[in-house]
Design a protein around this ligand. Structure first.
Ligand SMILES: [Zn+2]
Length: 220
């Protein structure tokens, strides 16, 4: 039992939503409702769902790039800490891994540019509207944060995969993985430390990165 629900299928890729993600949405909705009532809860939950839509599109970016190299992605699972695209195998060529890793953040760059244009035109058409512009500005900021955060070289995050691909052009794949995993574990400690001081969410990211890096290092 994977504790995730199938939502829809695109180009052979099954989107699944993990049960903990649904619990997160219920928990947020309840929290916002008790703070500000149903209107606040609805607008905040819609914002969170739009944010995760950007995360899902990011994962589809990886999946479609992998497909271009003949690598299928059986499923993408949405978790509270983000999305995970499960590729059927890892690309053999470093350049393929690099393209697949960059394709996800590139989707968020495209979304951010689209929101920038939409926000700019909206401000020109109706300079007194703040609500819609506020939502666009928040989503724009979130997409920029997604790009910058994912490109940190914290293997197995996207930036870490870029690092391994670059290292693998000058050393063996196993050695490149070990170096990238060590850097990734270093980032995990930094995330964990910042998480303890400031944002508990980062502790989950730290665990995810640390365990992921250890697993990939063990595989190599
Ligand atoms: Zn990614």
């Amino acid at each position: 039992m994977s504790w995730s629900l199938p939502i829809f299928r695109v180009a052979g890729i099954q989107l699944r939503i993990h049960i903990t993600f649904l619990l997160l949405i219920v928990w947020l909705a309840f929290g916002y409702y008790t703070q500000g009532g149903s209107a606040v809860a609805a607008s905040r939950v819609i914002f969170v769902l739009l944010l995760f839509l950007c995360v899902v599109l990011h994962e589809f970016g990886h999946a479609f790039a992998a497909k271009a190299f003949g690598i299928n992605t059986p499923d993408i699972t949405l978790l509270p800490i983000g999305g995970v695209a499960r590729l059927e195998r890892m690309p053999e060529e470093p350049v393929q891994e690099l393209v697949i890793a960059v394709a996800g953040p590139l989707v968020n760059v495209v979304i951010a540019l689209g929101l920038f244009v939409a926000g700019g035109s909206q401000a020109l058409l109706n300079p007194t509207t703040v609500e819609g512009g506020g939502l666009i500005a928040q989503l724009l900021t979130i997409n920029i944060v997604l790009v910058l955060f994912n490109l940190l070289p914290a293997f197995p995050m996207d930036g870490g995969r870029v690092l391994r691909a670059l290292l693998a052009t000058r050393m063996s794949y196993a050695r490149a993985t070990q170096v990238a995993a060590t850097v990734g574990q270093g980032f995990a400690f930094v995330f964990g430390f910042i998480g303890l001081l400031w944002n508990p969410f980062l502790i989950f990211i730290a665990l995810f990165v640390y365990i992921g890096a250890s697993q990939e290092a063990a595989l190599a």
